[in-house]
Design a protein around this ligand. Sequence first.
Ligand code: UDP
Length: 313
Amino acid sequence: MKKPRALVTGGAGFLGSHLCDALLGEGYFVLAVDNLLTGRLANIEHLRNDSRFELQQFDINQPFDFGNVDYVFHFACPASPVDYTAHGIATLKVGSLGTFHALDAALKYGAKYFVSSTSECYGDPMEHPQKETYWGNVNPIGPRSVYDESKRFTEAVTMAYHRYHQLDTRIVRIFNTYGPRMQLNDGRVIPNFMKQALRGEDLTVYGDGSQTRSFCYVTDEIEGFLRLAKSAEHFPVNIGNPTEFTILECAQRVLAVTGSKSKIVREPLPPDDPKQRRPDITKARTLLGWEPKIDLETGLRFSLDYFRRAALV
Ligand code: UDP
């Protein structure tokens, strides 16, 4: 039987590249499309000589046709607060123009479609933990709006293609995920703390550190994507780890795992920083039989070699 072909936008990114690996493992030919704005060739270097893998360096804000595909995974988007703030317009464009182009590619070839959305759709949430039915509390004109509203639009247009064109779509809402291949300088809390701890620098906790996040190790997250991709669910599904930590606790875990003597210092809290975030994963549990297996300390240990190599060059 002919192998199916998957197109992964953002295939050189942190999650996109791990997804490419997983899809190759599932027997797909994989075409990664990436403009390398925040993605990196290093993330897919190990696939360079794999005949089942192909990279197109291309900006999907332009229309594209890379031939027949069976599944489109739309993962292109700057995703860390530092990156999407630096590339605000590009972030809005890839969520709108880029999303239309990715949807049109799926429509043209009768392919299935899977899009990465985000817990940022819930904004600074008034409901805790967050269920998929919660509509969110998003500042539409604040500094995070370039990402939040871009992703909310992505969800809207994806549901519209499902409703008006009967496209076979899936939407995953991704909560904070970490692991090897994260950019050391993307400003997210785990790469920042790992880098600081490994270099013996102070760990910068923003605000009083009482804000919470729930961290999912990358292999757990990807397993959730694969299960959702095989399901028939069209409405959004949260995939994330429901164990919640304050940012101060997160800093302490990083110090413990790295054995670092770094100090914890305080810096100002960025505007509109969500005070709490934890997924309700009842839907993923019941629908997909999925739940994360790797706790924060274990995941940080699994990531240590990668961060050490990245931090000490
Ligand atoms: N944060 C921090 N120190 C850092 C980087 C981030 O205290 O060096 C905090 C940030 O203010 C937020 C949380 O860690 O409350 C998670 O930030 P991140 O940028 O990883 O992602 P977010 O979940 O805000 O999108």
